[in-house]
Design a protein around this ligand. Structure first.
Ligand SMILES: Cc1ncc(COP(=O)(O)O)c(C=O)c1O
Length: 347
């Protein structure tokens, strides 16, 4: 893309590489796009969660409710913030937490909830808000998605994004951001991303070295302009799967009510998910399960699963989910091919 090369060249020649005009401009542009007052660029989506939780005042002794069916980083980052993760279940149809699954994990020590907008869906934030606890959206997989007309990232007390190259809004390496309407949270996040200092001379907190760099911000400023078009194309591909009868062979993903899904991944369910993946693989079609072992069963984090913890929705989707090809460039012929392969593999 010539515009990208042009921008990268300009930044390279400009001599400002950390926390300069590109980061500042991208933060404003992303905030305007999301409809929030502040965005703070950070090193990656994992640091974004740790920093955002700390900026919300979460720390040691606090419990944070997280789904177990998510990328490991959601929970890892919560532990890095000093908090204790408490696992909750998901609705197998949407892959997202619900008011009911979160409520079952809330205790008097709960200080925050981290709903994950998994696979480009958006968790039912209205139900979650009724629980009366701070909400940190993990929107790493949902850039551009909407719920009730509002963007993912503008629905909680704060939100986090990842710009890892496979994400809907990618950069050319690692990058992340925190979005919030709260001036104090934004100020704390800015301080924490720069070693706990506001002025680079006085260090008032033990923070992090976690900045979005100028080159990545320059890339993101260009690609933010493409995001809505790419998401429209992802939705068109998802519609194609429906039109071509994929639902006759596997369980299709369900958007949460009121959500404009952005299909970061197109994830179906099948009792024979791995066999189906093998059949697709034989035809040269990439398909896989992302989270076969949910976080509450991972070696590093199983100890946080309280005795007797039951997460039936999580166990079901861990076993049955399968991500099929999706992307802005998926053609009608490719969609037809995937559906035909699913038809042959599901009989
Ligand atoms: C749901 C979720 N949360 C957090 C992260 C962490 O983002 P990053 O890889 O930028 O640290 C990712 C992405 O990898 C993710 O998918």
């Amino acid at each position: 893309m010539p515009a990208l090369v042009e921008r990268l060249g300009a930044v390279a020649r400009g001599g400002r590489y950390i926390l300069g005009p590109e980061v500042e401009a991208f933060e404003s542009e992303l905030a305007a796009y999301l409809g929030v007052r502040h965005c703070v660029g950070v090193g990656n989506g994992t640091d974004a969660i740790t920093i955002a939780l700390r900026a919300l005042g979460v720390g040691p002794g606090d419990e944070v409710v997280c789904p177990s069916f998510t990328f490991y980083a959601t929970v890892e980052a919560t532990i890095s913030a000093g908090a204790t993760p408490v696992f909750c279940d998901v609705d197998p149809r949407t892959f997202c937490v619900t008011g009911e699954t979160v409520a079952a994990a809330v205790t008097p020590r709960t200080r925050a909830i981290v709903p994950v907008h998994l696979f480009g869906n958006v968790a039912p934030m209205d139900e979650l808000r009724e629980l009366g606890l701070p909400l940190l959206e993990d929107a790493a997989q949902a850039a551009g998605a909407r719920l009730g007309g509002l963007r993912a990232g503008a629905l909680g007390d704060a939100a986090t994004f990842s710009f890892f190259p496979s994400k809907n809004l990618p950069c050319l390496g690692d990058g992340g951001a925190i979005a919030t309407d709260d001036d104090d949270v934004a100020r704390a996040a800015r301080r924490l991303r720069f070693h706990g200092s506001d002025d680079k001379r006085t260090f008032v907190d033990v923070g992090y070295n976690s900045r979005l760099d100028e080159l990545q911000a320059a890339v993101l400023r260009v690609l933010l302009g493409e995001l809505d078009g790419w998401n429209d194309a992802r939705r068109a591909a998802a519609d194609g799967y429906v039109r071509h009868g994929l639902g006759e062979h596997v369980e299709l993903p369900l958007a949460v009510a009121g959500v404009e899904h952005v299909y970061h991944l197109y994830v179906v369910r099948s009792e024979r998910a791995d066999e189906l993946a093998a059949t697709l693989g034989e035809r040269g079609i990439g398909a896989r399960g992302y989270y076969r072992v949910p976080v509450h069963r991972q070696p590093a984090t199983a100890a946080y699963a309280r005795g007797g913890l039951r997460l039936p929705g999580t166990d079901e989707v861990a076993r049955t989910h399968l991500a099929l090809p999706i992307g802005p460039e998926l053609t009608e012929d490719q969609i037809r091919e995937v559906v035909a392969a699913c038809a042959s593999g599901s009989t």
